[in-house]
Design a protein around this ligand. Structure first.
Ligand code: HEC
Length: 100
């Protein structure tokens, strides 16, 4: 009989560990993209869909304006984000949609 301790860790536990590790991954562009994507999916789809980023008359016209708008929207959500979280979401939106 196998001892209980050899059972694999529950997935949720593994995911929360990788979340805690994100601070060390700030310089890794791919990781930042994935992290930003995740944060965006969790907090940024309540009021508008991704169409606002690609619509013809979108009002964000520069990377600076994008950072400011993400901050403004973040403050509306009440999401308890650190600067790295906001930066990751700005990076994600810029890579995926705005391409400044
Ligand atoms: C409380 C509602 C709300 C939430 C939640 C929200 N937004 Fe927004 N967001 C808005 C509104 C309202 C606009 C303006 C839309 C318009 O003019 O049609 C907007 C516009 C934007 C734009 C500008 C789009 C353009 O025209 O270029 C960006 C970028 C953006 N939001 C990012 C985010 C991000 C990132 C998050 C998550 C932190 C987020 N939003 C969460 C309400 C919200």
């Amino acid at each position: 009989m196998k001892p209980a301790i050899l059972r694999p860790l529950p997935l949720a536990l593994l995911l929360s560990c990788s979340h805690l590790a994100h601070a060390d991954e700030g310089t890794n562009t791919q990781k930042q993209f994935e992290y930003g994507q995740k944060m965006h999916a969790q907090h940024c789809t309540k009021c508008h869909a991704d169409e606002v980023y690609t619509r013809e008359n979108r009002f964000v016209k520069s990377l600076d304006a994008l950072s400011k708008q993400v901050l403004r929207c973040k403050n509306n959500t009440g999401a308890p984000w650190f600067d790295e979280d906001t930066e990751a979401v700005v990076h994600f939106l810029n890579e995926k949609y705005y391409k400044f």
